[in-house]
Design a protein around this ligand. Structure first.
Ligand code: ADP
Ligand code: MG
Length: 229
């Protein structure tokens, strides 16, 4: 299969005051188009840092990170923002919905950056919210929805622009088991039915086992996956 994400000798060091905080030391990894990868590791091992680099939210200190052949570090801030808007859907632990917008408007938001007309936006938002089982909750505000429902709105928002890549950072971390299962079932469908490439950070082995492949990050480096040959 084609490689979508090619990471070579990637390093990331944060600066705090005049101190260096090395977080990713030397990460090399390929992720194929259509793959569904879970990124595991202890708290503080650099999972969110790596995910944010892959999603173009931050830039590496050194090394190479290409997504769809584009070296993200070479893009200007403006080009990177445009690249993210067109190519990446985001799912966060705490949903990150806008509290003053209802479910419909939250899902529509990424489409306002595209040239789509109102009627087509409506059609797509309704389809996405139906897919996540919230066709009857479109005019509900986030505080009128359960955590699981809010995360399903966030999933609809992540897929609305038909992105190449979906990144999820502890998407079930704040949910009960049933709601977590609903979210994981939806991620399966995005991967299997819509062919989306997914990278999901989690420290929950049960959750990680739902992905097609697992990688483990320990102290800023990838460890061989237990059981892999
Ligand atoms: P994980 O998601 O695996 O828990 P993170 O990638 O969030 O880990 O963080 C890894 C390490 O990097 C932690 O020690 C954290 O304190 C540090 N870190 C994360 N973001 C920053 C930042 N913006 N500035 C300085 N240090 C940071
Ligand atoms: Mg994290």
């Amino acid at each position: 299969m084609d490689t979508l994400i090619a990471i070579r000798n990637l390093a990331k060091t944060y600066q705090r005051g005049n101190q260096d905080v090395p977080v990713l030391l030397d990460v090399t990894l390929n992720i194929a188009a259509g793959d569904y990868v879970s990124l595991m590791g202890p708290s503080g091992s650099g999972k969110s840092t790596l995910l944010n680099l892959i999603a173009g939210l931050d830039k590496p200190t050194s090394g190479s990170l290409k997504v769809g052949g584009i070296e993200l570090a070479d893009l200007s801030e403006a080009d990177m923002a445009r690249w993210r808007a067109n190519n990446v859907g985001f799912i966060f632990q705490f949903y990150n919905l806008m509290p003053v917008l209802d479910a419909f408007e939250n899902v529509e938001l990424p489409l306002l950056l595209t040239g789509l007309g109102r009627a087509e936006r409506r059609e797509r938002v309704e389809l996405a919210l139906s897919m996540v089982g919230l066709g009857d909750r479109m005019d509900h505000y986030p505080n009128e929805l359960s955590g699981g429902q809010q995360q399903r709105v966030a999933i609809a928002r992540a897929l609305i622009t038909d992105p190449l890549l979906i990144v999820a950072d502890e998407p079930t971390g704040d949910l009960d088991r049933q709601s977590a299962d609903d979210v994981l079932n939806l991620l399966d469908r995005l991967n299997q039915e819509l062919g989306k490439t997914i990278v999901m950070v989690t420290h929950d082995p049960q959750c990680a086992a739902r992905a097609k492949n697992q990688v483990h990050l320990v102290k800023g480096e990838l460890m061989p996956t237990p059981g892999a040959h």
